[in-house]
Design a protein around this ligand. Structure first.
Ligand SMILES: Cc1cc2nc3c(=O)[nH]c(=O)nc-3n(C[C@H](O)[C@H](O)[C@H](O)COP(=O)(O)OP(=O)(O)OC[C@H]3O[C@@H](n4cnc5c(N)ncnc54)[C@H](O)[C@@H]3O)c2cc1C
Length: 414
């Protein structure tokens, strides 16, 4: 089977790279073994939230001071500024409305009830312009009886710092009785499916919310609405007669799964082929080029392409693997940007910047992956498989994934 481009990995970077290539008419395939970090999505994409332990106000300015090896520096500051405008537009074409500015972080309320700086927030959630003010003084947190994945006490406790008087109320509805009988069924996706069944449940729910929130200025609910379409969220907001603040629940994330579904749909509508549940096992190299990959489901049928993109994620998705004494890229045996000596992987102080978090696939300046010290001409790496940043510590995860994937797509389209 022959394609123009094959992308290994169908998370945020693989999908956005694929969409950009398919929008330009490329015949593109994505092979993805399964779940990605989007399933754990908080509702916001970070560009740069922290630098040297300090909160960043203007990510575009702060990016200029990052080390040369950082993926943003390698993409180039001007390119980052341009692609940071393009990224939300691409998401919008997929039906995902995000808002935010790359030169000014805003804040979102976390499940711990504290304000966190971020770049783009999906419109299910509320954006705050200041991190020291919650605009309402009397709030009610409503939760579904038996739903253990929303930690209301943390939110209540966190909001005390902003001088908010918060009450927690649990409520039951007959429509949730079937899933409530088994605590492992009472998960955010199953609650969302009940609301997806029709308007009656949502109407009844909204009435209940309006009754329970009498005397309060704002309603806080877990983000369990709109698994397949965001209409449920929009409808709910219009039915509730108070401002509504949604807070992410424990994963699986409902807005995350919706985002994954909509990105995949957009890719397929553009003519892309998405091989879900297939694992790329190895590659065939010839004259410093990757000519084909072999996958679990396709057996002897090789998948060939002119260019390949490795977007297989970091440790969490097994894009990079560490055993007791070995650090490696498991699919194509690519070079790793990281310490060989396993003694150097960890800092003994847990909260310090952990060296291993900076490790990833080594590339040249054009994001071509290196194998045995040489760049593979037609193999690019994008997203969290790249080294050079501690995305968790600096709050840059989705920014790196989105912007390196769009940059790599541009290299291919040149
Ligand atoms: C749990 C978690 C939650 C996060 N939440 C946020 C957040 O809310 N906001 C934020 O800004 N950042 C967040 N991040 C940072 C995150 O790294 C990025 O946001 C981004 O989603 C990563 O995308 P990716 O495509 O590079 O990698 P991934 O999302 O990890 O996707 C890699 C994909 O490659 C597939 N794959 C791996 N090996 C193979 C193979 N051999 N064959 C085929 N497919 C393969 C995997 O199955 C997976 O689908 C989170 C990270 C993690 C780990």
């Amino acid at each position: 089977m022959k394609f123009d481009n094959i992308i290994i990995g169908g998370g945020l970077s693989g999908l956005t790279c694929g969409i950009k290539l398919a929008e330009q008419g490329k015949k593109c395939a994505i092979v993805s073994s399964g779940q990605s970090a989007i399933h754990f999505f908080s509702g916001s994409f970070d560009l740069l939230g922290k630098l040297n332990g300090q909160e960043v106000k203007n990510p575009l300015e702060a990016i200029k001071t990052l080390p040369d090896a950082h993926p943003y520096q390698r993409v180039g500051i001007k390119n980052i500024a341009r692609l940071a405008v393009e990224a939300p537009q691409l998401l919008d074409r997929a039906g995902l409305q995000f808002s935010g500015k790359s030169d000014q972080n805003h804040f979102v309320l976390t499940p711990m009830g504290i304000m966190k700086p971020t770049w783009l927030t999906i419109d299910d959630f509320t954006r705050f312009e200041q991190n020291d003010v919650f605009p309402w003084k009397k709030a009610v947190i409503l939760n579904f009886s038996g739903f253990l994945d929303f930690h209301t006490l943390f939110v209540q406790d966190g909001l005390k710092k902003y001088d908010v008087d918060v009450q927690i109320k649990n409520f039951a509805m007959k429509e949730f009785e079937a899933i409530r009988r088994n605590p492992s069924e009472m998960r955010s996706t199953n609650i969302a499916k009940v609301f997806d069944q029709g308007e009656d449940v949502l109407n009844e729910f909204a009435q209940k919310v309006n009754q329970l929130s009498e005397g309060f200025e704002v309603v806080i609910l877990p983000a369990v609405f709109g698994l397949f379409t965001k209409n449920v969220v929009t409808d709910l907001k219009s039915m509730i007669n108070k401002p509504l603040v949604l807070i992410p629940a424990i994963p699986p994330s409902v807005p995350g799964i919706r985002s994954q579904i909509l990105l995949r749909k957009r890719f397929e509508e553009l003519g892309g082929t998405y091989f879900l549940g297939d694992i790329v096992e190895e590659g065939t190299f010839k004259n410093n080029r990757l000519v084909a990959v072999q996958t679990n489901n396709h057996g002897n049928i090789k998948l060939e392409a002119d260019q390949f993109v490795l977007a297989s994620g970091s440790f969490y998705s097994k894009g990079i693997v560490a055993t007791r004494d070995k650090l490696y890229e498991p699919i194509l045996g690519l070079d790793i940007d990281g310490d060989i000596d396993s003694e150097k992987w960890l800092d003994e102080k847990f909260f310090n910047d952990q060296p291993y978090m900076h490790y990833g696939v080594k590339t040249d300046s054009g994001f071509r992956a290196l194998k045995n010290g040489k760049p593979i001409e037609n193999l690019f790496a994008a997203g969290s498989v790249l080294g050079g940043a501690n995305a968790l510590k600096e709050g840059s995860g989705a920014g790196i994934s989105l912007l390196t994937s769009l940059h790599v797509a541009e290299q291919i389209l040149k």
